[in-house]
Design a protein around this ligand. Sequence first.
Ligand SMILES: [Mn+2]
Length: 301
Amino acid sequence: MRRDLVVVGAPTSAGSYAPGQEAAPSVLRELGLIDHLRAAGRRVRDAGDGPLHVWAPDPRHPRAQNLTAVVQAVKAVADHVAGALEEDADVLVIGGNCTVALGVMAALTAVAPDAGLLYIDRHFDLNTPASTRDGALDWMGLAHGLDLPGAAEPLAAAFTHRPLLTPDRLHLLGIDPEAATSWEREQAEVLGLRWGSHTDLAATPAAEVTRALGTLPSGPLAVHLDVDVLDFTDAPLAESTDGRNSGPTLDAVSEALDTACRDPRLRALSVCELNPSRAAGYPAVLDRLVASLQHALRATP
Ligand SMILES: [Mn+2]
């Protein structure tokens, strides 16, 4: 029997390039996410949402826009996840920005220093306000978890453990090296980060996940999905529209999630960078995403 499941929303686009992702939790609830998870045999508690942050320009902090709101959002996620772990429940976090993964890992690391993170994303998220000019913190999360040079102090120092993450507790899948900055490629090399490509994730999703899980420590596991890993021409869900005719389909990502969520170490799944307005012309893709989550988090194999 699987644990109870707590669902948490992070309605924030503070770290984004524009508004949109703040709507993901409410849209998925309207599509019946909670009932679908219950229909899959889980006892579900909807813990509600953290603070609402709709992206706006932040001219006073051009290279780390809306930093205060980003820190507030990840701390709210950490508190929610800590509460769920305290009641021995698993957690589904609906984001929001990818920085949400830091809040999840803060709560897991507080109870188990050997917590691992499987990070499925088209991007390394290793940028800092020093390495990129665009100022959107949503592709800088892992840099702050790893406390890389140039990280913004309030985010790198947001939690008890600093650095929050270490390379040996991390495996990335779905990476498009061409979408990385030269800084990110250099850091991945220097840190010895383990990662797999978006083409491999598209071709053999279950095998990629199994291989990645084999490298992670024995402690509790968090799985993070940035929906921008998806081929946008199959599943238009992400803020970023760059992944066109490349990367895994939603069917492939579903297979990856299914494999990851079978792992007995799993305690938390976060799904981020979902901009529901991308699906305005193809709303069925949102139902397909809900069905994927329902299947991955079902009670019985
Ligand atoms: Mn990404």
